[in-house]
Write a protein that binds this ligand. Structure first.
Ligand code: C5P
Length: 300
């Protein structure tokens, strides 16, 4: 029988809001963030094999190490037991850009290995120590595992799913600069900022959601602008796109996003921006609204 190949998707992560509320003794920052996922991302194919291996292709393949330090292989080894897997990653998300990239790929690898082990009848439950090792891969890996709209606290390990979102479309833009996350956190002068409001409402539509978000912040946007002033240009261009409800930077940058109520408005805005800024990476997609049944379970 031919080994079965399965495909997982590494969804782009977007921090709609990111408040830095403190700092731990080990230097990691405490966050209060609203994290959502778009139908824009990396494809990961996984086939059972004698050994672990990884090949990388796609528009951003050059920025990805294929050796043992790659997050796909490190994540897979944590959960694979003695199973080998041949991975093939199509890298479409720009690396080191505030939208999850490596964390999304690591999460996709963990989902892929879990599915393959279930198919082989060798699935083992994860222990709390396995969970800690997964967080240690990257603070965004846990939230990327479910890729569900989430309020994320702690350094990324406290996850509460949000009520289902209304239909919202996003345009992502990156001026093809890599902004190292530690440098941005280092440039953050004020480490203790107010958290998000206690209750995140169930927004009725995209305009309602954007109006609420205007009262929130990305506390890393100021420090990222100090590290990479080009981000200011990206924000201005996104804000000026017809139909844009709001624009903000995601994560530690440099990728910024704008929200739209309608798919055609987002697609047209993305085409317009690509024509105006041919050197930038620009993508449009739907924000995953989440599962109503799961949100009901949380409220119950
Ligand atoms: O965990 P991740 O690899 O995404 O983090 C990269 C760097 O960002 C960390 O080494 C740390 O300097 C900084 N960071 C932080 N607080 C967080 C997440 C990341 O200070 N909650």
């Amino acid at each position: 029988m031919l080994p079965q190949t399965i495909t997982e998707f590494g969804y782009a992560k977007i921090n709609l809001a990111l408040h830095v509320t403190g700092q731990r003794a080990d230097g990691y920052h405490l966050l209060d963030s609203l994290v959502v996922f778009a139908g824009i991302g990396d494809h990961l194919r996984a086939t059972p094999a004698a050994e672990m291996s990884l090949s990388v292709s796609g528009p951003f393949a050059d920025g990805v190490p294929t050796g043992e330090d790659n997050l796909v292989l490190r994540a897979a080894r944590l959960v694979a037991g003695d199973m080998g897997v041949a991975f093939s990653l199509v890298k479409s998300l720009p690396p080191t850009s505030g939208i999850g990239g490596g964390s999304a790929d690591a999460a996709a690898a963990i989902r892929a290995v879990t599915r393959l082990r279930a198919m082989a009848g060798s699935l083992k439950p994860l222990s709390p120590e396995d969970g800690q090792k997964i967080v240690a891969l990257g603070a965004d890996v846990p939230v990327c595992l479910a890729s569900h709209p989430t309020r994320m606290r702690g350094i990324g390990e406290q996850l509460d799913w949000l009520p289902p979102l209304p239909e919202v479309h996003v345009v992502l833009a990156n001026p093809r600069i890599e902004v190292p996350t530690p440098a941005v956190f280092k440039a953050l002068a004020q480490k203790e900022n107010p958290p998000l409001p206690d209750q995140v409402p169930a927004w009725v539509d995209a305009a309602d959601m954007a109006a609420w978000l205007v009262g929130t912040r990305n506390d890393l946007q100021g420090p990222a602008l100090a590290v990479a002033p080009q981000i200011g240009r990206v924000l201005t261009e996104l804000e000026q796109l017809p139909g844009a409800l709001m624009a903000r930077m995601s994560g530690s940058g440099a990728t910024c996003f704008a929200l739209f109520a309608k798919e055609n408005a987002a697609q047209e805005a993305a085409d317009h921006l690509r024509a105006a800024q041919p050197d930038w990476w620009v993508a449009a997609g739907l924000i995953y609204p989440g599962r109503a049944d799961m949100a009901q379970l949380i409220r119950a």
